[in-house]
Design a protein around this ligand. Sequence first.
Ligand code: COA
Length: 355
Amino acid sequence: MTELNSPTELPRTGPAAFQVRQATPEDNAALLALDRQCVVAAATPVGFDRSPDFFARSRPYAHWRAYVAEDDTGLIGVGAMALKPVLVGGRSVEAAYFYDLRVAPSSRRLGVAKAVGDAIRAYTHALRPAVAYSLVMEGNVASLTFVQGRGSRPMRLCWLSLIPVEGIAAADPSRLKVLDTSELASALHLARAAHPDHDLFPFPDVSSVQDRFCRLDGSGFEGLYGWEEGGSLAGCFGVWDYSPIMRMRILQARGEWSWAEGRDLHLVFLTPLGFRDTRGLAEVVRLTAARLRRSPAPGVARVLAFTHDQADSAYAELDQFRPIRMGFTLFGLAVGGEGAPSLGSRPVFVDPADL
Ligand SMILES: CC(C)(COP(=O)(O)OP(=O)(O)OC[C@H]1O[C@@H](n2cnc3c(N)ncnc32)[C@H](O)[C@@H]1OP(=O)(O)O)[C@@H](O)C(=O)NCCC(=O)NCCS
């Protein structure tokens, strides 16, 4: 499937003088500028720097499409969707994920997000996914009101748990080994066992893991690591330094965030992540810290980032590292017909690529 097709002009939407069309690579500079204006006004306000490539955030997905809104001043809005294989209720299905919705502050409450959302929805329906979902940060009133006003329903509460690497007592890394492709099936088995019956698990088979690795090549993916106990794999984690794609700034860095004042946060995701028991999860934290123990550039804080369902008790093991937690709600949108699988009753796996 192509990732960026030729632009398709859509009819003018709504009373305001703007139009919606498919994004093209030529929109990159304007989208980076738009993104910089769009602070996410959540419980913890955050700003993002996505330079040099706004579309890099979409490349982990096998198929995605972005739409932009423009008026005679330039680009005023953007939104995107990705189609991804996931497990829901143990079945491998296609999910649509909606993300990257942004409207320039001077063009808000004019129906721009609605028009972009309509274009994304029309395209998504044609792809016939089984489920559709989005993630909204806690306290982001504009976005929470927007998605619920358009029929999405809150399904699960999730966390982004952040642990600054500099504060972690690192483990002895000598027992860590680089896993090669012959060990992918064992790693996937472990990742699946650590997240039993989680909906939206994004790796239904080994080839989906390989596909993700290929797409992350050149986007900060540093390799897959693991360690053995009793002759078999006891834990595994892929190290994905997300900073080539995005850097994050906490805009009011007070209280528990004071260490982040004036610093760019470089998130390191661990994916795929597998452990036999929760002690193994704590070991992942210490071993990753050992691997990352180079000092980052001045003004940078390197942070381990875990994404997980709040009801997933395994991740309570992270409490000993005193993570800072940012809350998200996972919203589901009914797109499948009768018999379509439904989200909400089981914990979800929160794919780091979706953040
Ligand atoms: C969220 C966002 C995309 C909305 O864009 P927008 O073009 O202003 O939204 P629309 O004009 O299409 O609004 C449609 C409806 O959404 C709701 N809505 C939008 N902004 C709202 C706000 N600030 N407060 C309450 N409801 C709001 C309203 O129901 C609105 O309908 P109404 O204006 O008739 O009352 C925009 O505020 C934004 O870019 N925020 C910063 C980036 C961000 O948080 N993105 C979402 C990440 S999950």
